[in-house]
Design a protein around this ligand. Structure first.
Ligand code: FUB
Length: 375
């Protein structure tokens, strides 16, 4: 993915910023010294974990405890490019917390790419689900042909270790799986991402290695849509061919490909609030977290606005979960490293307006707010 000018903490500030995670050092401290300076107090929230780099946090509350399923960023050798080749992740670790703001436990390796028979590399943003006492870890990875597929692995423990199914989910493609279970017990997987996520190379559900590198290049046509598919009762397969998730503007027209401030890029998440379905996502190259509301898990969804303004680093990816009667946004930025490929997960409270819209947040604390706090 392209670089933006980054800024981050000097090492001293990083050490001060080790909010609630274990106190070991990040894997690649040398990178921090390259970064520009930004005080920890300028960020809306602090990294949950500082002894490893984490991104793409998918949070769930099970039996009152918070579990976060993140990507595990590593500092690999591949240069940064527009297709995210520099995101070279090879395994997952699960985080857990008894309460938000409390200590964070980092689990051991929950799944390693070497233990997934069909996968070769790039273990990107995962999600998890629970059904009948089994935990399901859903993850995208590139297969031996270089095509992203979505795999599933199971465990009796939310922290893993997970055992992968021998094949990816039939009919799956692209990245960023996110599984939502509705009140009636039916589960749906939302997925997809353009550019490096390859959605534009899977228009008919079949991978075209020579397809476009970015999007369809048709700015006046509906943007490429994320996908949704209902899961089978055993949570291991799709019951149907994935369908397009329609995101409409206020006039009921599809958001167009050229509308980079609002069109879907990656990082699908679904949550339900007061009987409505909230589909949220990243706009990628414009760096927003946006959301749209609908009346069915299949949509259509009407665009409503932004949840989060751009963070430090090229990309963020989020989840939204209710815990203890309040709603929380988990997201990531590059505060610790100043580098897009080495991110850290965070959490902050998410607030609704009385009409059900979400209050837009700024990932940086405004100067006026800081002045007020200092008085
Ligand atoms: O972490 C790798 C990729 O970057 C994810 O799959 C995307 O959502 C973006 O965060």
């Amino acid at each position: 993915m392209p670089s933006r000018r980054l800024s981050a903490l000097p090492l001293a500030m990083v050490l001060l910023a080790t909010a609630c995670g274990p106190n070991a050092q990040p894997e690649n401290q040398a990178q921090q010294t390259k970064a520009d300076k930004r005080a920890a107090s300028e960020y809306l929230s602090q990294p949950l974990v500082t002894d490893m780099y984490t991104a793409d946090p998918s949070a769930h509350v099970w039996d009152g405890k918070i579990y976060v399923y993140p990507s595990h960023d590593i500092d690999g050798p591949t240069p940064e490019d527009d297709l995210g080749a520099h995101f070279e992740m090879r395994d997952y670790h699960v985080l857990s917390m008894d309460k938000i703001g409390g200590p964070v436990t980092v689990g051991p390796v929950a799944l390693d790419v070497k233990d997934v028979p069909w996968a070769e590399k790039q273990m990107w943003a995962p999600d998890a689900a629970r059904k009948n006492g089994t935990y399901y870890l859903y993850f995208p990875a590139k297969d031996k042909e270089g095509a992203f597929r979505v795999g599933v692995a199971t465990s009796k423990n939310p922290m893993g270790p997970f055992t992968a199914q021998p094949q990816p989910i039939k009919g799956s493609y692209s990245i960023d799986p996110s599984v939502f279970t509705d009140d009636d017990g039916a589960s749906y997987m939302y997925f997809g991402g353009i550019w490096g996520g390859q959605l534009q190379r899977n228009i008919d559900g079949k991978y075209d290695a020579n397809g476009s590198k970015t999007d369809l290049g048709q700015d006046d046509k509906p943007a490429i849509a994320p996908r949704v598919a209902k899961m089978t009762g055993d949570m291991l397969e799709f019951t149907e061919t994935p369908r397009a998730v329609q995101i409409l503007d206020e006039k009921g027209k599809p958001i167009l490909g050229g509308d980079h401030d609002r069109r879907f890029f990656e990082a699908s998440w679904m949550h339900k609030y007061k009987g409505k379905y909230y589909f949220s996502y990243s706009t990628g190259d414009t760096h927003y977290l946006a959301y749209a509301i609908g009346n069915s898990p299949y949509g259509p969804f009407t665009y409503k606005g932004r949840i989060l303004e751009p963070v430090e680093g090229w990309t963020t990816h989020h989840s939204i979960v209710e815990w203890n009667g309040r709603w929380w946004l988990f997201y990531a930025d590059s505060q610790l490293s100043g580098q897009t490929r080495l991110r850290n997960v965070k959490v902050t409270e998410l607030r609704y307006n009385p009409d059900g819209t979400i209050q837009t947040m700024n990932p940086f604390v405004a100067q006026s707010a800081k002045d007020g706090a200092a008085r």
